[in-house]
Design a protein around this ligand. Sequence first.
Ligand SMILES: Nc1nc2c(c(=O)[nH]1)N[C@H]1C(S)=C(S)[C@@H](COP(=O)(O)OP(=O)(O)OC[C@H]3O[C@@H](n4cnc5c(=O)[nH]c(N)nc54)[C@H](O)[C@@H]3O)O[C@H]1N2
Ligand SMILES: Nc1nc2c(c(=O)[nH]1)N[C@H]1C(S)=C(S)[C@@H](COP(=O)(O)OP(=O)(O)OC[C@H]3O[C@@H](n4cnc5c(=O)[nH]c(N)nc54)[C@H](O)[C@@H]3O)O[C@H]1N2
Ligand code: SF4
Ligand SMILES: [Mo]
Length: 724
Amino acid sequence: MTTAPRTVHTFCRYCLASCGVEVTVEDNRAVKISADKQNPHSWHDFCAKGRTAARLVEHPRRILTPMRRVGDSYVEATWDEAITDIAARMNAVIDADCPDAVGVYYGNPAGFSSSNIIFMNGWLDAVDTRSRYFVGSIDQNAMHVVADAMYGSILMAPVSDIDNCDYFLLVGTNPAVSAWNWLETVPGGWRRALARQAQGATIVVVDPVRTESADKADVHLAVRPAQDWALLLAMVKVILDEGREHAPDCTDLATGVEDLRALVADADLDDLARRCDVDRAEIEKVARDFAAARGAMVVTRTGVSMHLTGTIAEWLGHVLNVITGRMDRPGGRRFEPGYVDAIRLSGMAGTSAHRNRLSGRTMVAGGHALSELPDEITTPGIGQIRAMVINCGNPVVSGPDGARLDRALAQLDLLVAIDFVQRESHRHAHWLLPAVHWLERDDLLAFTSNMHDEPYLHYGAKAVEPPPGARQEWRIFVDLAIAMGKPLFRATGFNSFITATRRAARLTRRPGLAFTPRWVDRLVLATGRKVDGRRIRWRDVMAHPHGWVLGPREFGHFRSALRTPDKRVHVAPPAFIARARELLAEPAPAAPADYPFQLANRRHRHSMNSWLNELPGLHPAGKGSEVVIHPEDASRLGIDDGDSVRVHSPVGSVELTAAVSDQPRPGVVIIDHGWGSRVFDPRGHEPAESFGVNRNLLVDAGPVDPLSQTPALNSAYVAVERAG
Ligand SMILES: Nc1nc2c(c(=O)[nH]1)N[C@H]1C(S)=C(S)[C@@H](COP(=O)(O)OP(=O)(O)OC[C@H]3O[C@@H](n4cnc5c(=O)[nH]c(N)nc54)[C@H](O)[C@@H]3O)O[C@H]1N2
Ligand SMILES: Nc1nc2c(c(=O)[nH]1)N[C@H]1C(S)=C(S)[C@@H](COP(=O)(O)OP(=O)(O)OC[C@H]3O[C@@H](n4cnc5c(=O)[nH]c(N)nc54)[C@H](O)[C@@H]3O)O[C@H]1N2
Ligand code: SF4
Ligand SMILES: [Mo]
């Protein structure tokens, strides 16, 4: 029997643009997904990834029940079998060694579920392991480290006030493709910036590649990769030396400006200009225009962070905003309080200063660095990781030196992957556990409410029921803790409380009595901020299916939100000053003779890191298999457009097709990241499908930014030659 079509309004949870969508549902299938134009906040970025979300839900290779590895293939199993077996094997590993023998890697999509990370942490605390590996170390750690040192909390992420901005200094970001998101949701951000430009605002894009965004910019500074720190330090120097700073903010809001002055006094503009390979006169002009503009902002993103110098560059971007009076002022960066105090709530979760046994490095933002994971798995000793969960991640492709990680994962006693399909990183999994897609899931993303560029609440309602065999991560972690006999959140009684609610639900035949994260959502709202003088009630949330703008954008919340003890912005954290001095003392960057090119990266509108590039019809054949080379470099190497070329580094080698273009600056070659991930077929036993080439095989995981622990993902040195 078919049922009449119905319409569900919700939002896309692939990226932080959080587009409102309208889903037409027929027979529990999402047959059409379009932008929800009644959404008052977000739909303008709506893209093909959201439009085709049902293709992943209905992926022909989707895992539909837990699957256990038997020899070289997989057999279907029940959840009871899966949880019992995994719990027993994990307990055995812990008993033989210590809790750190069980580890987790969690990737970017984990943050788009309202319950995943909370209950994963509850389980990790139950197990009492410190072997926690986080995608931040290949993405946003620099931002967390800077926010912590300058503002007192890793979660103090300022949002962009685009509509009042007269001068955009966009460093290492390509918002025309990526949407304006990295720890902030600024719907239609790029369009709005272009609208400001049409009214006279200036857009400066700093990028070694002439991207779609750089093409539209008034000024494009084709910086040498990983040398943004030098460029931004030069701008800080121009502003401080010439007295162009915002004096009240430098004395009242900020502390440490004198230490900055001392730092720039020891830096030389010509030297800095040489390092970043941008003309000194151009740097001076941008710095002066930036300081003089009425409303202005520096925005730094992944192009800044994914280098050995990432934290210093990220820091100096924030410094420019602070010393020119851009914080909490129109056209600059504000603090959005959101409807819950995410900073307070996350603080309650507690952070660990644990040092990894081999590297001795501490956690950043609650996790260790992915680049350390292979050694922690393969090196014997107390705390050697023997069992792992990969939760929403594909680190073999998205992280550095995937070949090394792949070899390590193969040595585990137990590897559990929670995902929709079996990808490259799940190749050695002993258990594949089927996840639930956002179209099939309810989410209240309260913890990111302070990243929206206006006060906003939207309940992510599910559009369709998940396959009966799929389970949300929270449920998996809760069941594992119970089966392992370890108290969730280290809270005695929590497990028996959950079991009691389940028993009550069974006995009374009222499934609604069983514990779900909805209880947490309600608690969060009940203790959240007041709107119009009262707390948000659940029925208010339900009354706004298109999303709810809670009030006007407000300034004036930044200072009180600061978590530094003195409620001031620390512009010169000693560790950053010391590292900057170290960089200044290093010789100017030069490529090693054997590896003369730097490897840049590109994203596409229609893929999401290492996934969504396998969806039928979304990508033409050959996508993800080209290396873009500047014409001068190509002619020197005797390479023509379409030639087969080999790109290699000290750690890896890949073959691709040459595309000759003047988009990269000479000396830089581009290979898109996120490709080269196989999708296996554990149910149908068809051969693995492969899409493109994994360029991160070329990135050495060894050297990392000492502050953020991020490797040189987008500035590794490589060699290029004709193949054959
Ligand atoms: N060279 C280079 N490397 C990069 C980057 C770069 O710019 N250059 N970018 C980096 C960035 S910004 C990031 S964020 C990282 C990403 O790195 P990761 O987060 O490790 O990997 P993703 O490629 O995002 O893979 C996410 C996986 O989660 C699965 N998934 C999606 N939704 C869900 C869900 O709801 N539940 C479960 N259980 N699984 C789900 C997907 O199917 C996919 O397998 O990669 C980084 N790598
Ligand atoms: N379509 C699509 N949208 C996405 C994603 C996706 O994979 N696909 N990923 C989402 C995620 S997880 C994130 S974190 C955000 C990321 O959002 P962005 O940070 O805007 O990511 P990119 O589009 O990779 O832009 C980074 C730019 O930095 C440049 N760059 C590289 N090295 C340097 C350098 O040394 N200096 C400077 N100045 N620039 C450099 C690159 O050439 C690139 O143009 O996007 C999100 N949105
Ligand atoms: S993936 Fe596309 S549709 Fe989904 S939130 Fe991001 S920009 Fe919007
Ligand atoms: Mo990311």
